[in-house]
Design a protein around this ligand. Structure first.
Ligand code: ADP
Length: 240
């Protein structure tokens, strides 16, 4: 069963078509980079996947659960890291996780145990007692990823999670999320316009003007690490 199955998904803002019959799947353990220049439709797709918008055309299923028909069951399998930071900076790292755990229906004891696990997974165990405000940008992002894992989702969505971070923090976050896919079988959909975040064995899903131009293993689409040039050529030719 696919972790995420999107079928014939279309969306318009008034007369503006933002997504045009988009179909793709993400399998358990797959790291899928959703690449697209500004205006490609990445945010619209995320809004539909997280149910901020409701799709009138097409179908979205998470671990076989239809998002429209069974939103609770589908969302329970999904962890989300939005582009805008949504931590409570006045709370400790552990408290941020505990509150989210409670929202997800975990008992306080379960939430504490799970918080320890996810912090450990993100190499942040020693930061549990600190206020979120004391963390740098990279660690705040890692805390948001830890929080998104609290309810053990099988699909993790991240919308441009490294925007504004320095090179070292970006590398650490990309490595952690690749590890979650590889070692825990979590399916990852990672929206970005930064091609250097995509590894050769990742899936690249190239979105442009609301349409999927290409889907395949990054190393095969553009052998020899030439994904950046390939991406530019593909999206520029169409822009011309
Ligand atoms: P991306 O996240 O890849 O930059 P978006 O999903 O934000 O792309 O935008 C896709 C297209 O939809 C763009 O052409 C954008 O101008 C248009 N768009 C986005 N939001 C709105 C809106 N609220 N009203 C009208 N058009 C919009």
């Amino acid at each position: 069963m696919s972790a995420l199955a999107v079928t014939d998904l279309s969306f318009r803002y008034g007369r503006k078509e933002a997504l045009k019959r988009v179909s793709f799947r993400v399998e358990p353990g797959e790291f899928c980079a959703l690449l697209g220049p500004n205006g490609a439709g990445k945010s619209t797709l995320f809004a539909l996947l997280t149910r901020l918008f409701v799709a009138r055309q097409g179908r979205i299923a998470v671990m076989g659960q239809d998002l429209q028909a069974h939103p609770r069951a589908a969302l329970a399998q999904m962890g989300v890291v939005f582009q805008q930071m949504t931590l409570d900076l006045d709370l400790s790292v552990a408290r941020n996780l505990a509150y989210f755990g409670a929202l997800q229906g975990l008992s306080p004891r379960e939430a504490r145990a799970r918080a320890d696990e996810v912090l450990d997974r993100l190499d942040m165990a020693e930061r549990a007692g600190e206020k979120a405000r004391a963390l740098n940008g990279g660690h705040r992002r890692r805390l948001e990823i830890a929080r998104a894992l609290m309810h053990r989702p099988r699909l993790l969505l991240l919308d441009e999670p490294t925007v504004g971070l320095d090179a070292r923090s970006r590398a650490a976050i990309t490595a952690h999320v690749h590890g979650l896919a590889r070692e825990e079988g979590i399916a990852v959909l990672w929206a970005t316009h930064l091609v250097d975040e995509v590894g050769a064995s990742d899936t690249a899903l190239i979105l442009h003007r609301g349409e999927i131009l290409q889907r395949g293993q990054a190393g095969q689409i553009a052998p020899g690490g030439g994904l950046a040039q390939h991406f530019l050529t593909l999206t520029e030719d169409l822009a011309a």
